[in-house]
Design a protein around this ligand. Structure first.
Ligand SMILES: [Zn+2]
Length: 305
């Protein structure tokens, strides 16, 4: 990273930049005044441009290690990016000084230094969507959610007073009345919002509000099970020695929570190989991950493993 940018950063972020650059080479930083969001990061290989949702799949010969990644972080106004408004999905989001820049660096660290596999394929589900609200129910939306569940909680290691205030109370008032055109899609959107409230928000009032909405739909026991399982997978993912296994566990839990057959999900490993989840997991994964089901809720729906 050019000195002009590095010297603006607080010391812990300089350390993070150095850690990424030791593996991934120099990080490019560019100011793009017309950027649609405040910051965005792309990871590309050689002369091949990155795909829209940040990860490039190489299909040339050789091993993943033969390909040199290149990280580019683009920003709209400044690297501090302390106070910004995101439309629709997150509503107001106030990441504090350097919180957003740290968030972008952690994406790069996880993919390139920690070599975390990415959810890259779900049979029958669109790959992405430029509309942030519609993107939630896509493969890109799933991968972004899982990565954010880990990354957002780690930003405080580098930016101590980073606020965890994702999610928006009003969302729970906007659940359309039944009959629904596509229950699968509404269930996905609400479970996405539910996990965000559980893990990326510290306001007990919003958590309670979300629980009441889930209760009205009859989904609260299932939602609590989802949070219980994802919490365990996140606990594994937070251990630096277990980060890859933790992501596999999160992908498995996501299949359970979002009603996706495990056989329909493929993960991109080392940016090169798409492997279907059952093949990576092998037999006895639940035992190896030690994911345990909570006691069966009384009178509620259970998730069948
Ligand atoms: Zn992100």
């Amino acid at each position: 990273m050019k000195r002009i940018f590095k010297q603006q950063l607080p010391a812990p972020l300089v350390g993070l930049v150095n850690e990424i650059e030791a593996t991934a080479g120099e990080i490019s930083v560019e100011r793009v005044p017309g950027l649609p969001t405040e910051m965005e990061t792309t990871i590309g290989w050689g002369h091949i441009p990155a795909e829209p949702w940040n990860l490039m799949v190489g299909n040339g010969p050789g091993l993943a290690e033969d390909y040199i990644p290149h990280v580019t972080i683009r920003y709209k106004s400044d690297l501090v990016a302390a106070d910004l408004i995101r439309p629709t999905v997150l509503q107001a989001w106030h990441p504090g000084p350097f919180g957003l820049f740290c968030h972008e660096l952690l994406h790069a660290k996880r993919y390139l230094v920690d070599k975390i596999p990415a959810v890259y394929f779900i049979s029958g589900v669109p790959q992405g969507n430029p509309d942030p609200q519609k993107q939630i129910t896509t493969v890109q939306g799933m991968e972004t959610l899982l990565e954010h569940l880990v990354i957002e909680r780690q930003v405080r290691r580098y930016v101590p007073d980073y606020p965890l205030d994702f999610s928006w109370r009003g969302l729970w008032d906007q659940i359309p009345p039944k009959p629904w055109f596509c229950e699968f899609s509404i269930h996905w959107q609400l479970m996405h919002a539910w996990l965000t409230v559980q893990f990326l928000n510290e306001d007990d009032g919003i958590k309670q509000y979300a629980a009441e909405a889930m209760q009205r739909l009859g989904w609260l026991p299932e939602a609590r099970t989802a949070a219980h399982l994802m919490g365990q997978a996140l606990g594994i993912a937070d251990d630096p020695a277990m980060a890859v296994t933790g992501k596999l566990g999160m992908a498995l839990v996501a299949c359970m929570v979002f009603q996706i057959p495990v056989t329909a999900m493929g993960l991109l490993c080392q940016f090169r190989k798409l492997e279907m989840l059952p093949k990576i997991l092998g037999a006895g994964l639940l035992d190896r991950l030690r994911l345990t089901m909570p006691p069966a809720p009384v009178g509620g729906k259970e998730i069948v493993l």
